[in-house]
Design a protein around this ligand. Sequence first.
Ligand SMILES: *Cc1c(COP(=O)(O)O)cnc(C)c1O
Length: 407
Amino acid sequence: MARHRLAVAPLRRRFETEAPAELPRVAALVAAERPADPMHCLRPRLIAATARRFLAAFPGEVMYAVKCNPEPRVLRALWAGGVRQFDCASPAEVGLVRQMFGADAEIRYMHPIKARPAIRDAYRLHGVRDFSLDSADELAKILEEARSRRGVAQALGLHVRLALPKGEAVYDLSGKFGAPADEAAALLAAARPHAERLGLCFHVGSQTMGPQAYRDALALAGRVIARSGVTVDVIDVGGGFPVSYPGLVPAALDDFVAAIREGVAALGLPGIRLWAEPGRALVAAGVSVVVQVHHRRGNALYINDGIYGSLSDAGVPGFRFPARLIRAQASAVLEGFELFGPTCDSADRMRGPFLLPDDVREGDYIEIGQLGAYGGALRTAFNGFDRAHLVDVGDPPLLQTPGHPAA
Ligand SMILES: *Cc1c(COP(=O)(O)O)cnc(C)c1O
């Protein structure tokens, strides 16, 4: 087996905290360690509690979208919260989940465009039976590759990805994948004879702020199913469930669940199974990153993490994140700051504004919250700034999402 170089140094754990009675607090760790590299603060209990809440609320099966944060400790916390199903979208994700959890994990390959060896290995080596597709070519590819060495394909789940019109999500996810309604109906009919489970799936877009998007998508799914003329076993409403960011507080989790229940009930398809693939909602609040200020220039802070590290979404996408200064005595007056990352690229700039005490200065530590989703997962080794540490903490999240656990 060929060995591949990792693009990014793995997050290294600095403190052994295997099932301690009390997890340490961020401020205490900073005081004791004075970390020179970004310190990723994982809240395993919060992640487990959030998973438990989501699983209890959602009227169907919940698989975690691994790309959102594949850190093994995050996956373990989700497992502790009851997650047993995983939406994987690459051979590495499939291998990681299988290696960590063995046969008890159910892996579904929900990337509509896959390499042939990826399908083959997922099917033969890792027992994956469910695959998504959005074209006749991909259907043919799956049917050719997802079979045993004796040429038998058993228990296949085939899930047609439906394109949705661009909605109010912060990230549109229909620009790249998804079959238009007519085509999706034809694909359902074409896949039916080969599928033990036939599904229709979609993604309303990441960080979708209101539940109406799910209602609309389900109504469209109902029309596609009717047009297909075949029985569909599963509707997979995808991910997209939002969390709070500064100035961006979404509807409560229960409102999304109610909209999905109503939307499915309105289709009048008794016995249809419901799946979801949340990423962000399960893990965003579960990781914060402690950064250090190297230099202050007016209201710009030059820090040791940036858009090539765990703050990618604070760059061009312009996400705002909650921030707090970790210092005992600080000014009570808050001001807006922009941040610059450590690389030499002038694009390594995060306009925020990040609200911090007006006396923040060189050497200070700042904790930036809500970075569990698409934070650490997007780190690069650009310019040599790929060092970071990972610690477990017991702090509450920096921001509360309506309907999510508070600690
Ligand atoms: C990224 C992705 C998800 C997770 O989306 P969130 O917005 O993080 O919930 C789920 N399903 C698919 C197919 C994805 O590509």
